[in-house]
Write a protein that binds this ligand. Structure first.
Ligand SMILES: [Zn+2]
Length: 591
């Protein structure tokens, strides 16, 4: 029995997939929200009898190995090693292919993590003592320091640089990873200096980025890795690798803002917690929580900025048909400023009470908006209702939307029908114009929306859009014209109306429909790049699938003619289309 067979016999597809998603029974199969694309209702199925998975939303399918390859972005031998490690299968590991650039980056981050750790526990260094004192004063215990692999960056310009050199790391790659910075005058120096370091780990525990809290009163209290080949900040939640298990068991999650919020709550055994880190909450981050929790609590700082961030968070979650609950403590605990402060001052019992008195996100919003307007004046009341209806419209599910319209009517004591009317009158982007019969795949829609949101992305990917690939797409002609009308100098699409003129009626309707929906689109570059990248992979897969189908037909004919030579040649050709997936993957790395 070869290694592959042995692994297959040791772990089931459900074992592997459930490391990443919450599988629910569906007949003799299991289903879940797809880990590869964002969706609102599950179309991802695991079929234990056949040992395979399949998604009807994004068409991904395969066995345990393909699943691990896709989700961890690993080569085949590395996927085998991953499974051997994860499930303690008693066979020898394969030699890593090193095929993916990612492996080299991970190694450098692992070495960097060691540097930070050594720094924190360097008994001869007064700085290390200062760092440990700081953690102690913030109430962080030794076991928590270990659990979160905390470290320290020495307050000098070349500490990391020398350590990486000594360990023969590729300096250019370390710059790409944001560990080192290259100045305009080509001087290379450490990014993190004089800071407590929080490694940010992937779901499976590899270090992808770092955050640092200064110990030297720097203007920037916190500093994080930039987006790198390993890390897109829009995609990660701090602490999620550790909290996933508890979130899954408890079926709810608590979203906080900062490193210390996660760490302090975790230390008090509130382990279903993760932090959004920095600016705006993203769809991917919400989706990560949604995959495992039936309910999400937002637990942010009590100051104005915290409340504003919570409101933005609610809005973002509405778009994904999630109504979070808001944990507030400003009325009851005026002496507390953030979750970290709360749990340390008040303890876990007080926190549990707080959780019980949390406010429904929608009610929280209505309350905030009602406070802002004088509802005794009809015009202001109208403004208030408009304002809340803007949030209600975020829900894409009509049934959910109707429920909230009812709540607004109740609260403001107005006729529900009047609100419904308003809601119906708003321009709908869904079915309108002559193009309503033209249906594109989700990948095409996402691709076009991303390009409309940031046209310069077309400049970066146009080389990858072959005629052959475009020919399988419903929107192929639209994309071709976008490329043709892209201006390299201004990094804009020159003239949208010119494109529109060259389209068929049906295409024009589609074009307009997607173009108009762009006002709701993301503006985060990292996120958009990611969407374009995954759409391209999907296009390639669609193109390959068509080729494979064509060859299947030819094989059938060759079989009827008993032309074995041709059959063999065709089978060879077909495998090329099945395995060429990897080529696309490496190509898209440079996107
Ligand atoms: Zn999917």
């Amino acid at each position: 029995m070869d290694a592959k067979e042995q692994i297959k016999r040791s772990v089931s597809i459900a074992d592997v997939v459930s490391l990443y998603v919450d599988l629910k029974p569906a007949g003799k199969n299991l289903k879940a929200l797809c880990p590869f694309h964002t969706e609102k209702t599950p179309s991802f199925f695991v079929m234990p009898e056949r040992d395979t998975f399949s998604c009807f939303g994004c068409n991904k399918f395969g066995d345990i190995f393909t699943f691990v390859q896709e989700i961890e972005n690993l080569s085949f031998p590395d996927a085998m090693n991953f499974l051997i490690d994860k499930f303690n299968i008693p066979i020898e590991k394969k030699k890593s292919s090193g095929f993916f650039k990612k492996d080299l980056y991970v190694k450098i981050n692992e070495i960097a993590m060691k540097y930070f750790r050594d720094n924190l526990f360097n008994v001869n260094s007064p700085e290390s003592k200062k760092a440990l004192n700081y953690l102690e004063q913030r109430g962080i215990q030794q076991k928590t320091v270990e659990l979160f692999s905390l470290g320290y960056a020495e307050n000098k310009w070349d500490g990391m640089y020398n350590f990486l050199k000594k360990n023969s790391c590729d300096i250019e790659k370390a710059i790409e990873l944001g560990l080192l910075v290259k100045s305009n005058s080509n001087r290379i120096y450490d990014r993190f200096r004089g800071r407590i370091i929080f490694p940010i780990l992937s779901e499976s525990g590899t270090p992808v980025a770092f955050g640092g809290r200064t110990l030297f009163d720097e203007a920037n209290k916190y500093l994080n890795s930039p987006d790198t080949p390993l890390y897109k900040k829009s995609k990660y939640l701090y602490g999620f690798n550790l909290s996933k298990k508890a979130i899954r068991e408890k079926k709810y999650s608590i979203l906080v803002e900062g490193y210390f919020d996660v760490i302090s709550l975790f230390q008090e055994d509130v382990q279903n917690v993760a932090a959004s880190l920095g600016t705006a909450l993203t769809d991917s981050q919400i989706y990560l929580l949604k995959r495992f929790s039936d309910k999400i609590y937002i637990f942010y700082d009590s100051d104005k900025a915290g409340v504003a961030a919570a409101i933005r968070g609610i809005e973002k979650m509405f778009e994904q048909n999630v109504n979070p609950s808001i944990i507030t403590f400003s009325h009851t605990h005026a002496d507390v400023k953030d979750p970290d402060d709360f749990i340390r001052k008040k303890g876990v019992n007080a926190f549990n009470q707080l959780l019980e008195t949390s406010i429904d996100g929608f009610k929280f919003l209505i309350g905030k908006i009602a406070q802002k307007y004088d509802l005794k004046i009809p015009e202001r009341k109208n403004d208030a209702i408009q304002s809340i209806m803007n949030f209600v419209e975020k829900f894409s599910e009509p049934i959910i939307r109707d429920e909230y319209i009812r709540m607004v009517a109740d609260f403001f004591k107005v006729d529900e029908k009047r609100l419904e009317l308003k809601e119906r009158n708003r321009p709908s982007t869904a079915d309108r114009g002559p193009g309503k019969d033209l249906v594109v795949t989700p990948a095409e829609r996402i691709f076009l929306e991303s390009i409309f949101a940031m046209p310069e992305l077309i400049g970066e990917v146009k080389g990858l859009l072959s005629d052959k690939m475009l020919s399988v797409l419903v929107s192929g002609n639209i994309i071709r014209l976008l490329v043709k009308n892209y201006n390299e100098t201004t990094k804009e699409i020159d003239d949208y109306s010119k494109i529109s003129k060259e389209l068929s009626d049906a295409e024009r309707g589609l074009f307009r429909n997607i173009f108009e929906s762009k006002k709701n689109a993301e503006t985060d570059r990292g996120h958009l790049e990611e969407q374009v990248e995954s759409s391209l992979l999907e296009f390639q897969a669609m193109s390959n699938k068509r080729d494979a189908r064509r060859i299947d037909q030819e094989i059938k004919i060759a079989e009827q003619q008993d032309n074995y030579e041709l059959i063999q040649r065709l089978i060879k050709e077909k495998t090329r289309y099945i395995t060429s997936k990897y080529k696309t993957k490496t190509a898209s790395y440079n996107v």
